[in-house]
Design a protein around this ligand. Structure first.
Ligand code: NAP
Length: 501
């Protein structure tokens, strides 16, 4: 829909976000004949995190063939690990082909959502007007709100300062003194890209990551032709990658010792690229591999070894008008400061805006018990709220698109059940949700993410892992294969609101 068109006053389904999750949901809803939906997206187009993250070197570290919808295969990926522009273009193309874009409202942000018990609907306020809906489906994602570091004086810095997910392409780094704070997945892609152009680069590392070789290559013409002409080849390739990735699961969730070969590969990769013993010591992680996200790059370590790059491991104590100051008292002057410090994963900002039964905000409920839902999708106290990429649905090893598609199937089954059984609202029982989370957290205790000796964005302020799925993706799909109405409170339509059913 265009910016001039008013939002519809009421829809059956309101989807928040137009990344993989929101777009996939919209397409599958349309296919299921549930045509009365609206997608609101705060950004100006589809793509979600793959539209927002345009920093130099942005690319996916999950193989392309797996990082795409199963229902919209793409034989045209140029490389085994797709660069960001290709993923964004893929999502745009899928959206255009789906014929659903007339129900997308861009530059539209949800500011408040309230469940109304009386009319069994969500009353949603957005930056472009009000909408009521039977269901609220959030695809707002866990990697959408940048986390800015709380460093003394950072607001007094006189040069340019920006987050990796808000890259300032208008700032020319050529010949400048630049600092990058953070050494996570984003930073290790940025550093090798900008290092050759800048006069000097300081990389501020708090915790060393494990970095494995990136087995990336361009697909040959023959491969691409085969992917296009023989879908069975493409499917077999995708399945092979999928199964290969699942081999990581036992090491992550059961016995970290199984990751020893991966650890050896990562350390050999580092030793091969870096000769200087002091730098080697700095980049050698002191925790189990897999505890934090395992990174892949062939260019990061060589970049750190370059003459114009310094890896700084002394903690930052403050930023002044023109420099970063570390605990040892050293002041390193800079012109530009890039903060590659990740995202708000365990305290998602949208949770502050969603108010369920009794007016309680999701953020308030989660502040007490940590982020927790039923099957990572529905939440007690929040009827007809479905969250894609919700609590404990993240992965450290494979494609989130697989998880998203599993959740979409669950939501569609829920909607079909509501329609056939004439339920106006569904809400998971507290007991079902508690049991789900108790089992999940007891499995979590032995995972490398809990026992691996690191802190990471997987853990919340209380050290509880509320972000990752501690089993195989196959089991996730199996557990969400059917909408299990027996674990829900099911509300029929109120008599005087029969039209809502
Ligand atoms: P991240 O993994 O959370 O890394 C943030 C980095 O900033 C860490 O090194 C962290 O250090 C450091 N940091 C945070 N606050 C700091 C502070 N106050 N002072 C100093 N250092 C600080 O964030 P990200 O690199 O943006 O990646 C986030 C996630 O996005 C990834 O894990 C991945 O899931 C996804 N991602 C994926 C790709 C891809 O290729 N598919 C690419 C980019 C991002 P500590 O380690 O000590 O906390």
């Amino acid at each position: 829909m265009t910016q001039q068109q008013a939002l519809p006053a009421t829809v059956d389904h309101l989807i928040v976000g137009a990344g993989f999750a929101g777009l996939g949901m919209a397409i599958r809803l349309a296919e299921a004949g549930e045509d009365d939906f609206l997608v609101i997206e705060k950004d100006g187009g589809v793509g979600g995190t793959w539209r927002a993250n345009t920093y130099p070197g942005a690319a996916c570290d999950v193989p392309s063939q797996l990082y795409s919808f199963s229902f919209a295969p793409n034989p045209d990926w140029s490389k085994s690990f797709s660069p960001q522009p290709e993923i964004e273009a893929y999502l745009r193309k899928v959206a255009e082909k789906s014929g659903t874009l007339d129900r997308f409202s861009f530059d539209t942000e949800l500011t408040h959502a309230r469940w109304d018990e009386a009319d069994q609907r969500w009353h949603v306020t957005t930056t472009r007007g009000e909408v009521t809906s039977k269901t609220l489906i959030s695809g707002s994602g866990g990697l959408s709100a940048p986390k800015l570091p709380d460093i003394e004086g950072i607001d007094t810095f006189q040069g340019e300062v920006f987050h990796s997910a808000r890259w300032r392409h208008d700032v020319d780094l050529t010949g400048k003194r630049v600092a990058v704070i953070g050494t996570g997945a984003s930073s290790i892609q940025i550093v090798p890209e900008i290092a050759p152009d800048v006069a000097h680069l300081d990389v501020y590392q708090r915790t060393a990551p494990y970095v494995m070789p990136r087995n990336d290559r361009r697909y040959t013409r023959v491969e691409r032709l085969l992917f296009k002409a023989v879908p069975a080849v493409r499917r077999a390739y995708r399945t092979g990658i999928y199964l290969g990735r699942e081999l990581y699961v036992p090491g992550f969730v059961w016995n970290p010792k199984l990751m020893t070969p991966a650890k050896k590969i990562a350390l050999a990769h580092m030793t091969k690229a870096i000769d200087d013993p002091e730098l080697r010591a700095k980049v050698t992680p002191s925790y189990e591999i897999g505890c934090k996200r395992i990174l892949i790059s062939n260019t990061y370590y060589p970049a750190l070894a370059a003459d114009n790059v310094d890896l700084v491991t002394d903690p930052i104590v403050k930023v002044t008008g023109d420099a970063v100051v570390t605990a040892d008292g050293t002041e390193r002057p800079i012109d530009v400061l890039v903060v590659a410090t990740g995202f708000q994963t365990t305290e998602q900002p949208i949770a502050e805006h969603i108010h369920g039964r009794g007016g309680r905000a999701l953020a308030q409920v989660w502040a007490e018990r940590g982020m927790a839902s039923y099957k990572g999708t529905t939440t007690h106290g929040f009827p007809n709220l479905f969250q894609l990429v919700g609590a404990n649905t993240g992965l450290g090893h494979s494609s989130m698109v697989f998880i998203i598609e599993s959740q979409i199937a669950y939501v569609l089954d829920a909607l079909a059940t509501m329609k056939t059984q004439q339920y106006a609202a569904v809400e998971p029982r507290q007991q079902a949700q508690d049991e789900w989370n108790a089992t999940l957290q007891s499995r979590m205790r032995r995972t490398v993410w809990s026992a691996g000796g690191c802190s990471s964005w997987y853990l919340d302020a209380h050290g509880k892992n509320t972000t990752l799925w501690p089993r195989s993706t196959i089991s996730f799909r199996r557990l969400l294969a059917r909408f299990d109405a027996e674990h829900y409170d099911l509300q029929p339509a109120r008599r005087n609101e029969g039209a809502n059913a």
